[in-house]
Design a protein around this ligand. Structure first.
Ligand code: HEM
Length: 153
């Protein structure tokens, strides 16, 4: 059961962090030459779908992460330092995503609905800042998960 939970944990991390990498490093430059309205409409369709997956990844990461801590180990007293740090950076990632979703993402959608292209572009810029912070935290957390056990013991 624990290996299965860790497999789900890892796949959820790959989808979330890999998805942000694709958005920032691949889709952003590829869409830069499109006209404003086409580009913003594309971003809305892409992010809307991606964010549904992110909510599911968050649920899976938390359930499997805490599941492994409490059922695979004997709670936080018996895990290595890397898991404590992973919990901290993981929860920071979740908080950043919740902020991103409630502020710039809602502003972006509302601006686009009323056809306010400059406001939508500004909101997308703020959203990108949150996404970049989460990408860096995501790289750190994923590497920690992969090599942390070797460093902790
Ligand atoms: C927020 C709560 C989280 C908790 C409580 C948690 C807990 C854990 C635990 C207990 C392990 C097994 C470590 C070991 O046995 O040495 C693990 C592994 C791992 N975690 Fe997390 N985690 C959390 C969030 C995250 C996040 C947000 C990511 C990445 C986005 C992540 C990525 C990984 C990876 C890649 C592994 C390695 C899996 C493996 O090699 O088997 N975790 N996590």
């Amino acid at each position: 059961m624990i290996p299965f939970a860790l497999a789900i944990h890892t796949i959820a991390a790959v989808i979330w962090v890999g998805g942000i990498f694709f958005l920032l490093v691949v889709l952003r430059p590829a869409s830069a030459s499109l006209g404003d309205m086409t580009r913003l409409t594309l971003w809305r369709a892409v992010l809307d779908r991606f964010f549904h997956w992110v909510w599911q990844c968050i649920a899976l990461l938390l359930i499997t992460g805490y599941g492994v801590v409490f059922f695979g180990y004997d709670g936080f007293a018996s895990v290595g330092l890397h898991v404590h740090i992973m919990q901290l950076t993981g929860l920071m990632m979740v908080a950043l995503f919740v902020l991103l979703w409630t502020r710039p993402w809602q502003e972006f959608c509302h601006a686009l609905d009323r056809g306010d292209t400059p406001a939508a572009t500004r909101a997308l810029g703020r959203l990108r800042g949150f996404a970049l912070a989460n990408l860096l935290l995501g790289f750190f957390t994923t590497v920690l998960g992969a090599i942390g056990a070797f460093l902790s013991y």
